[in-house]
Design a protein around this ligand. Structure first.
Ligand SMILES: [Zn+2]
Ligand SMILES: [Zn+2]
Length: 273
């Protein structure tokens, strides 16, 4: 990393090494960076983001419709990822929707959900994220959207519907629930980081890379590269070593073996002389 890690205590700096991260290669056709010109965001640029945002301590998670055990897994993941208490709010009523002619599924109007969330953010809220297993659409002339957010209000709504192979009429592999957990966790973390002013990463294979399709999502790191981790730490303030340990415990508990092993290697890294 070019800039010295001035704000990070010495004993914590080893967690900000680039070891274990690959530089991002040229995009494949249809990948995010093949279709969107992005110039990235340095740590210095991030620090200059001045848009007003909620400043409370607590991250609120809100289900829309039935979520089952997935909701608690998402809550637990956000708690370790952001190192903040994550509380569940009562279910947000589904509201406006339609039967989509093309996808032949029932969908909810994302902007309607978002509008109803804005006045509800509790005073101690840092952000409020609504999640649903129902597909979403942003407005009548669009077929679907994965999610939408209002960073200045600290709210976002995201759908997990398309992370289940069954949505596309495909059979579910034996470990499909882990696949869905990987995808939904990554997306909730990515979108919530946007709510904190973090832009897309173009340096490393990183959780903050923009993604255009599911294969691209599945090929991206489950973790924040050192530059993005530094931004999140700057915004929220946490002990990076404890965060890596908590993430490893979460991955162990959920049976996310490769991620847990990666974290083990990260925790074992020695301080560079
Ligand atoms: Zn994004
Ligand atoms: Zn990054």
């Amino acid at each position: 990393m070019a800039a010295p890690l001035a704000e990070i205590p010495k004993q914590e700096r080893r967690y900000f090494s680039a070891q274990g991260f690959e530089k991002l290669g040229p995009p494949q056709p249809k990948d995010w960076l093949a279709e969107h010109k992005e110039s990235g965001q340095t740590f210095a640029q991030f620090r200059q983001v001045t848009q007003a945002r909620p400043t409370g301590k607590i991250l609120y998670l809100r289900p829309v419709g039935a979520m089952g055990g997935q909701l608690e897994a998402t809550r637990a993941y956000c708690e370790v990822f952001f190192q903040r208490p994550v509380k569940l709010l009562p279910e947000l009523k589904p509201g406006k929707g339609r039967h989509d002619f093309f996808v032949k599924k029932y969908q909810l109007l994302a902007s309607d959900l978002l509008e109803r969330m804005v006045p509800d953010l509790p005073a101690d809220g840092l952000a409020e994220v609504a999640v649903t297993n129902v597909d979403l659409y942003p407005s009548e002339d669009w077929s679907y959207v994965f999610g939408i957010a209002k960073p200045d209000k600290g709210v976002g709504v995201f759908s997990f519907a398309r992370y289940d192979p069954k949505f596309f009429g495909q059979s579910r592999p034996a470990d499909w629930e882990k696949l869905r957990l990987r995808r939904s966790s990554r997306v909730v973390a990515h979108e919530t980081c946007h709510l904190f002013g973090m832009a897309h990463c173009i340096d490393y294979n990183c959780l903050m890379n923009g993604v255009n399709h599911l294969n691209e999502l599945d090929s991206r790191s489950f973790f924040l590269c050192p530059v993005c981790l530094r931004k999140l730490r700057y915004r929220l303030g946490f002990d990076a070593g404890k965060r890596f340990e908590d993430l490893r415990n979460f991955c162990n508990k959920q049976g996310l073996q490769p991620e847990s092993e990666w974290l083990g290697r990260k925790l074992a890294e020695k301080e560079s002389p």
